[in-house]
Design a protein around this ligand. Structure first.
Ligand code: AMP
Length: 299
């Protein structure tokens, strides 16, 4: 595996399969790399903790950095190149000026209207769009792999690329499913900050998502989730059912929806989501297996 630090040395990788990350890699990231490797193209993984997507009160300085372990994992996965740029390789104008550039970007509606991450983290998606666009410009991949774990981010990237076809060419955005621990907790770089009691309480997110398969209407599902999260002492930012494409509010399960949660477990902010397939309005339950890929113990 080649370690690349300057965009000048990326030319050889144009047309690659690309996985952008912020490092502190876990098996969820590894699943994206494995998926990229399946394309048969050389795989490039970037590791860059992007300052422009962190708000002033967020955890940029505390964000975990485990570069040696990350590089060893990427090497073991058969990655062709790890791109680890210094900040000025992506932001030659400096961070303050690049934040200005980010705030002037015209973002797709899915990043501004749902009032989910866009409301909780107001400048976050502008920073994401800026860095993803610049990484794509530098790496010039044929395909890029994003996790459904960050579902609103994934939808933003899909729409951003679709509206900038001249800039990004035929770049394909590939959706990758969320990898979970065996007890259901979605893998995340931030899970390492959970104390033992918080780690147990954090299971309320996947439990709440699972509970929604019993709901008849989105409003019922939202109430069930709030009950489950509150019972475990989590501070809810949102726990909602939305249109799977626009992420706007819905009244029924007749079209595909996405069930999304953001909640704080002590100081750790956790997000998770599942797809809810469209369902016949005369049937009250969604098959559990359709949500999590395995049958419920009682089914
Ligand atoms: P991050 O390093 O957190 O910016 O994540 C880099 C990529 O990995 C993003 O596309 C995430 O959605 C994806 N990712 C993070 N956690 C998981 C997970 N548990 N399963 C699958 N993909 C994930």
């Amino acid at each position: 595996m080649i370690l690349v630090e300057s965009p000048k040395h990326l030319a050889a990788y144009a047309g690659c399969a690309f996985v952008p990350t912020m490092g502190a890699l876990h098996q969820g990231h590894a699943s994206l790399v494995k998926r990229a490797r399946e394309s048969g193209k050389p795989t490039v993984v970037s590791i860059f903790v992007n300052p422009t997507q962190f708000g002033p009160t967020e955890d940029l300085d505390r964000y975990p950095r485990t570069l040696d372990a990350d590089l060893a994992l990427l090497e073991s996965l058969g990655t062709a190149a790890a791109y680890c740029p210094p900040i000025d390789a992506l932001y030659p104008e400096g961070i303050a000026a690049s934040m200005q550039v980010a705030s002037a970007l015209a973002l797709p509606a899915v990043a501004t209207e749902p009032r989910l991450e866009d409301l909780c983290r107001p400048s976050h998606f502008a920073g994401v769009a800026l860095v993803v666009g610049r990484l794509f410009d530098q790496v010039r991949p044929a395909s890029a792999y994003f996790g459904e774990k960050d579902y609103q981010q994934l939808r933003l990237v899909e729409d951003f690329v679709a509206t900038e076809r001249e800039r990004f060419g035929a770049l394909e955005i590939v959706r990758c499913p969320t990898l979970r621990e065996s007890d259901g907790l979605a893998m995340s770089s931030r899970n390492r900050f959970l104390s033992a009691p918080s780690r147990a309480a954090a299971l309320a997110l996947s439990r709440a998502l699972r509970a929604t398969h019993m709901a008849f209407r989105p409003a019922d599902a939202e109430r069930m989730m709030r009950d489950e999260l509150t019972k475990s002492g989590l501070a809810i930012e949102y726990a909602v059912v939305r249109d799977a494409n626009t992420l706007l509010e819905v009244q029924t399960f007749e079209a595909p929806t996405r069930v999304l949660i953001a909640a704080r477990c002590e100081a750790v902010r956790l997000i998770d989501n599942v797809a809810m397939p469209a369902r016949d309005p005369t049937k009250s339950k969604c098959p559990f297996a359709a949500l999590f890929g395995f049958a419920a113990p009682s089914e």
